[in-house]
Design a binder for this molecule. Structure first.
Ligand SMILES: C=C1C[C@]23C[C@@]1(O)CC[C@H]2[C@@]12CC[C@H](O)[C@@](C)(C(=O)O1)[C@H]2[C@@H]3C(=O)O
Ligand SMILES: O=C(O)CCC(=O)C(=O)O
Ligand SMILES: [Fe+2]
Length: 360
């Protein structure tokens, strides 16, 4: 794989970062048909949500009820923030707690650039990571815009989690809140605002005239659920497993919709019925692309002491858990020691023996 050296992003690291070049995935027209869309206001929403989470682990949600004005205001304020000089971005978001070192069990809150996590991953982006459970130091208008937006998206996340439970067959008025209650009030909700500037260096092109660089490397999200909204700039891709091969598929940007991701934790809670899908962001996949991508992602996680094990109400008679029991606190601690692209659930999977071997 080729590599490209880029210098124009404000750099919080003292060396030049070499970001790998990536080949383009399959054509846009074919890709569009592979991404499920769910109209959240339709009577069949619960079934459609569950079907999408079982199949792809990802879907586009329309008629979601989050006013477009909240996203527009946040986008304008975030763009203004990212246009500030590097030193202002660093200083306005400096928190009182020190940045976590390698292998830490928490994200580096506040402003960051190029470095993703603390284990050596890099991407062509700058970002803000905020915890909804703690106060952040931000310019006043951005803070207000984020507050209003995340209040609405948190509500949407709760509704989607209820639809997921219902679609899994958990139907009672109280019972179907089982996933929603795990996230609400957990103090483990994060919001991340990612800004991907257009590349500043001449790009090499392959034979198809198509190449890009890593904006955000491939990974799955560790929490239960992620809800993403972006501007019109493309770049988001999911890894779809087809009969015998996995292929990267472009997700066409749609500022009027939310994109919902199943997280690793939800995969375990459903004993593998729902799947956390790998995704990544490629910068400038289109020829001559000059636009910045701005995305805002809400991550809903459970409380640190929450036991993560398949929901008893889902398990069929004789069904065994595919994972050993753990708490979110334990999973998070392990996740923050990994590289972005690692298979984080691997160490928690149990080897199920076929019945004959188990008896022997
Ligand atoms: C390399 C890393 C960055 C990450 C923590 C990790 O060690 C592995 C998971 C990464 C991820 C992906 C989804 C979210 O963007 C994120 C905030 C999260 O909860 O897990 C990031 C972490 C991060 O950027 O700190
Ligand atoms: O910025 C994006 O569009 C996606 C980033 C992402 O997947 C993440 O922050 O976990
Ligand atoms: Fe992600």
């Amino acid at each position: 794989m080729a590599a490209i050296t880029m210098t124009a992003l404000p750099s919080s690291v003292d060396h030049q970062v070499v970001i790998p070049l990536l080949k383009c995935p399959i054509a846009a027209a074919a890709a569009a048909a592979m991404i499920p869309t769910v109209d959240l206001s339709s009577p069949g929403a619960a079934r459609a949500v569950a079907e999408a989470c079982r199949g792809v682990g990802f879907f586009r949600a329309t008629n979601h009820g989050v006013p477009s004005s909240l996203a527009a205001t946040l986008e304008a304020d975030a763009m203004a923030f990212f246009a500030l000089p590097d030193k202002d971005k660093q200083s306005t978001t400096t928190t009182t707690t020190p940045a976590p070192g390698p292998g830490s069990a928490r994200p580096s809150l506040g402003y960051g650039s190029r470095r993703i996590g603390s284990n050596g991953d890099v991407g062509w982006l700058e970002y803000l990571i905020l915890s909804l459970g703690s106060n952040s130091v931000l310019p006043a208008s951005l803070r207000l815009a984020l507050h209003e937006y995340t209040r609405a998206v948190r509500e949407l996340s709760g509704r989607v989690l209820e639809l997921m439970a219902e679609g899994l067959g958990i139907v009672g008025e109280t019972e179907r809140g089982v996933l929603r209650r795990m996230v609400a009030g957990s103090e483990e909700e994060l919001v991340r605002v990612n800004h991907y500037p257009p590349p500043t260096t001449e790009r090499d092109e392959d034979d198809d005239g198509c190449v890009g660089i890593t904006g955000f490397g491939e990974h799955t999200d560790p929490q239960l659920i992620s809800l993403l909204r972006s501007n019109r700039t493309a770049g988001y891709q999911i890894l779809l497993q087809e009969a015998d091969e996995a292929r990267w598929v472009n997700v066409a940007p749609d500022p009027d919709s939310f994109f919902v991701n199943v997280g690793d934790t939800l995969q375990v809670l459903t004993n593998g019925r729902f799947r956390s899908v790998k995704h990544r962001v490629l910068v400038a996949p289109e020829r001559g692309g000059k636009a910045s991508r701005l995305s805002v992602i809400y991550f809903g996680g459970p409380a640190p002491a929450q036991r993560i094990a398949p929901l008893p109400e889902l398990m069929r008679e004789g069904e065994r858990s595919l994972y050993r029991d753990f708490t979110w606190g334990e999973y998070k601690a392990a996740a923050y020691k990994t590289r972005l692209g690692d298979h984080r659930l691997g160490p928690f999977q149990v080897q199920l023996l076929p019945p004959a071997a188990a008896k022997a």
